[in-house]
Design a protein around this ligand. Sequence first.
Ligand SMILES: C=C(O[C@@H]1C=C(C(=O)O)C=C[C@H]1O)C(=O)O
Ligand SMILES: [Mg+2]
Length: 461
Amino acid sequence: MIQTEVKSIEDALNEAILLAKNKQTPQLLSTTDTIDAINPIVFFNQAKQIKGERVFWTSSFEHFYLVGAGEARALTSASHRFEETEKQWKEMLSDAIIFNPYRVAGTGPIAVGGFSFDPQKENTGLWKHFEESRFRIPAYLLTIEKGICYLTINVIVCPEDHPTQLFYTIKKNKQLLLGNHDILPEGPKIEKKKEIKPSEWKEIVTKATNEIKKGHADKIVLAREMQVTFDRPADISAILDKLIQTQTNSFIFAFENKNDCFLGATPERLVRVYDQQLFSTCLAGTAPRGETIEEDQQIGLELLRDVKNREEHDYVVQMIREAISACCEQIEVPKNPVLYPLKNLQHLYTPVKASLKNEYSIIDVVKQLHPTPALGGLPREKSLEFIRENEILDRGWYGAPIGWFDAQKNGEFAVAIRSALLQGGKASLFAGCGVVKNSEPEAEYQETNIKFTPMLSVLGG
Ligand SMILES: C=C(O[C@@H]1C=C(C(=O)O)C=C[C@H]1O)C(=O)O
Ligand SMILES: [Mg+2]
């Protein structure tokens, strides 16, 4: 990788084309600069005008945003997806020409994307535009960090490319993205809602508790689907805008592929690595919010003391601690969980801190962690087998790692829950819950109902 001081885009293009000619192979050119303040949703909306393929990511509680337009390159793989992703990424970077004087996390070449929950589960076709893993190096990337806006342009330059032609395409697209700001389109309204086989789902919960009582597993997470249709094709910018306004303490994401878009507002961090400092989250155990402050505190106290919810939670803590022990040092895990309040519900939460050993990357950690017992169960293989055989749902990217990483070994992944797959005028919503030995099917059903509400409300339901 060549790291150089900033140059004009014309000079950078000339240099990259020369290198591509010498090596007789395409090269990644990446240049980063600061730009005037721009609203990330407006940028996302403008990006519609240059060939789709948008991505959106924010940990809005930290005012950190990544918005991608277009795809300079994709990293995809059907098997060994964690290793393949890393391999393709390193190969691409080894010859890349990078002009980025800022060294701010999430600027320069980055890969944004995700994985499917379980490549061994039979596909239904619902997720036909989403591979088992797909990471995108955005052609145009807006990064907002500490109030400063950065624009990174990533382009794959081929030996036969002409610098002037590339220059004018970039210039035109930059104008489109940063130029005249339209008013945001309106959000959709839900016309029809359909829960997929709710009574069968409760029977599967009973079957899972029976398996657990027989000692075949400790915890199995079961999810279900709700399908909705809209009065018009849903506009993603409008939905993201509403998620940002309503869902605090969450990661808000969108990944657009062809005409489909997977999006959501998840409270669950899988892992964050900045400068080899690692943070992970154990999030499991759920209760509603109260109507008054007193009622809310009372529900929270009961959740903290509730044996069934503590059991759901403790399996996650136990597993995450073990999963990171090989690649981390100085692991810190508090003894007891605290409450994690969201708009519509509250969870038990245990933060995990550690130092990632130098020879490991964030992808190594994602591979170790996925799926945690917050989305799979315990033991991992037993619970996955049960889900594979019994759950009436094609999870696709739901419940799986979604996030980004950069060329400076920073990155963050969340668990893609509280999410929906938008397909023009319709959407599939997903919600699951942790089943343990004394789970009640009706109570678990109600718990999944509250987990649908964040998405339902922003979709106009
Ligand atoms: C599976 C989901 O959420 C998970 C299950 C939880 C639970 O059962 O208490 C809580 C948080 C998440 O770990 C979901 O929202 O779809
Ligand atoms: Mg639960």
